[in-house]
Design a binder for this molecule. Structure first.
Ligand SMILES: C[S@@+](CC[C@H](N)C(=O)[O-])C[C@H]1O[C@@H](n2cnc3c(N)ncnc32)[C@H](O)[C@@H]1O
Length: 369
């Protein structure tokens, strides 16, 4: 059984609130629909190697054929010698992504012999015929060789379903309290499915996505309170695939317990569009880091014609988030911010998880879109 490496992210405690003035110039005054990640690529691309760097916090200046210089903040975890791909969009902005050599995915419910359509990179689609010994919810890893050809590297199998699942206390504490608060405030009535009766639930920047049991049980328990909802589908995007094993556990449990299809992908929410959703639940956005988070919050608001809910630790994060929402929400949206009722009966401590809840209702009285 292959071992998975877990990473620790250092998250600073925010000390200030960001406003529209802290947003990169290119994005100021743009509506959410005009954010770069929603503009299609035009096919022009270039690659270059990251040069020797004084430190990780650099902005590279890349000379363009038109004589201008493109400023490229070094993507997270990118280091000297790595290859960066530049992909131009139709509005002349550039998508910047580290070149991938490895691609892991969770095998969806399927049979051996089925052909899965995979997209390991922006300019490559692969047909993957599921081998006989590979089953649904296995984690398959493909590796690119020096010539760019992708090969099967490994297939990891999940532990049996009888093994206990990771269920941190906050999933039945703070997280459950968010869902209950939304219900008691009447927000579930405003959740409208798509044309096929599917309520698409977005779980952006979901990390491990340990909350899947609480979320799955809540959706199924309250389905009849959501007008017209027949089915649920969950989609998540997270920067790195470090948590792919947890995503596989979540996908298996949601499918086998509740027939909820769930797909979590590695991707950059500041660079890639996310599928349309009617309910987005984003826990702990790192908004006070600024930079890409303006694009991320704007993009999520654009993807959601329903409820966009966020939870933050700190007041500065909540206020920064409200400023970002103000920049990108649709005109008819209503915004509500309140403290998580969980803390009425529990101590705050130094780093109160999910303390502030922010709800943006962009349904504007419409049934679906
Ligand atoms: C504070 S953590 C929250 C994780 C999880 N929601 C939780 O509350 O435990 C923020 C998450 O945002 C993810 N993230 C940061 N930048 C991102 C980006 N550009 N696209 C997608 N995810 C991103 C990080 O990898 C990290 O997992």
């Amino acid at each position: 059984m292959p071992q998975y490496e877990y990473v620790t992210r250092e998250i600073g405690v925010p000390v200030c609130t960001l406003t529209a003035a802290d947003c990169e110039e290119l994005l100021r005054g743009r509506r959410a629909a005009e954010l770069p990640q929603w503009v299609p690529l035009n096919g022009r691309r270039a690659e270059f190697q990251v040069p020797e760097l004084p430190d990780d916090n650099v902005v590279l200046q890349v000379p363009l054929p038109n004589g201008k210089k493109l400023e490229v903040p070094l993507p997270e975890r990118c280091k000297e010698g790595d290859t960066l791909c530049l992909l131009q969009r139709q509005d002349d902005t550039w998508k910047v992504v580290p070149k991938k050599h490895r691609f892991s995915f969770v095998v969806p419910p399927c049979c051996s012999g089925d052909v899965l359509r995979l997209k390991p990179t922006d300019h490559l689609e692969l047909n993957f015929a599921v081998p006989e010994n590979v089953e649904a919810f296995n984690v398959v890893t493909l590796q690119a060789d020096a010539d760019g050809a992708w090969n099967f590297q490994q297939c990891a199998v999940l532990p049996p379903e009888t093994e206990p699942l990771p269920l941190p206390e906050w999933t039945s504490g703070q997280y459950q309290a968010i869902l209950d608060a939304l219900k008691s405030k009447g927000y579930l009535d405003r959740l409208c499915p798509d044309e096929s009766g599917v309520l698409n639930v977005g779980v952006p920047f979901c990390g491990h996505f340990h909350e899947y049991i609480t979320l799955g049980n809540f959706l199924v328990k309250h389905r009849l309170e959501m007008p017209g909802v027949q089915e649920f589908s969950i989609f998540g995007m997270e920067l790195f695939d470090d948590y792919v094993r947890d995503w596989a556990l979540a996908q298996r449990w949601l499918w086998r317990q509740h027939q909820i299809s769930c797909c979590i992908e590695a991707g950059d929410l500041a660079q890639d569009p996310t599928p349309k959703a009617q309910w987005v639940i984003g826990i702990h956005p790192e908004v006070t880091k600024g930079g890409p988070w303006f694009r991320i919050i704007g993009s999520l608001l654009h993807s959601c014609r329903g409820l966009c809910c966020f939870a933050t630790f700190y007041e500065e994060e909540k206020d920064t988030l409200l400023n970002m929402i103000d920049m990108y929400k649709v005109e008819c949206a209503s915004v509500d911010a309140f403290e998580n009722p969980f803390y009425a009966a529990n101590e705050l401590g130094c780093h109160p998880a999910m303390r502030f809840i922010v709800v943006v209702d962009q349904s504007c009285g419409e049934n679906s879109y």
